[in-house]
Design a protein around this ligand. Structure first.
Ligand SMILES: [Zn+2]
Length: 114
C-alpha cells in the first residue's frame, strides 16, 4: 500500500504551473499572457515583469479591458493577495498599470497630463 492516492494527480492538474487565473475576468490563461502583480510582506505591490518576485502574487490579463478594470478597482489586488495594501501603495500600483496602458496600448497621444 502506498500513501499516494490518485487524488494528488487531480490536484496537480488543477494547479498546472503554466496557467493562471486573471483576477479581473477570471479566465485561465498561460502565464505569458498575464501580468503578475506581487507583493512582499509589508511592501507595496508591484508589477512583477520577470515573474520571480517573492511573495504573494496574482495575475491580470495583459489586455486593455482587464487592466482598465484593475485601475478602477485596485483593491481587488488586496483581496486576492490577502494582504493589506495602504492607499499610497494602491495609487502607486495604479500608476504602474496606467503606464502599461499608455505605453503598450496607446493609440493616441491626445491627453498628456503633467
Ligand atoms: Zn482578464
Amino acid at each position: 500500500m502506498t500513501a499516494n492516492t490518485h487524488k494528488e494527480g487531480i490536484h496537480q492538474k488543477l494547479t498546472a504551473p503554466q496557467n493562471r487565473k486573471c483576477i479581473v475576468c477570471r479566465s485561465v490563461k498561460p502565464r505569458s499572457q498575464l501580468l503578475r502583480i506581487a507583493t512582499h510582506v509589508g511592501a507595496e505591490p508591484l508589477i512583477d515583469w520577470i515573474g520571480t518576485q517573492q511573495g504573494r502574487g496574482c495575475y491580470v490579463c495583459h489586455l486593455r479591458p482587464c487592466l482598465n478594470k484593475l485601475v478602477a478597482a485596485p483593491l481587488m489586488v488586496e483581496r486576492h493577495l490577502k494582504a493589506k495594501v495602504d492607499l499610497q501603495s494602491t495609487s502607486d500600483l495604479k500608476k504602474q498599470i496606467q503606464n502599461v496602458l499608455e505605453k503598450e496600448f496607446s493609440e493616441t497621444h491626445a491627453s498628456v497630463e503633467a
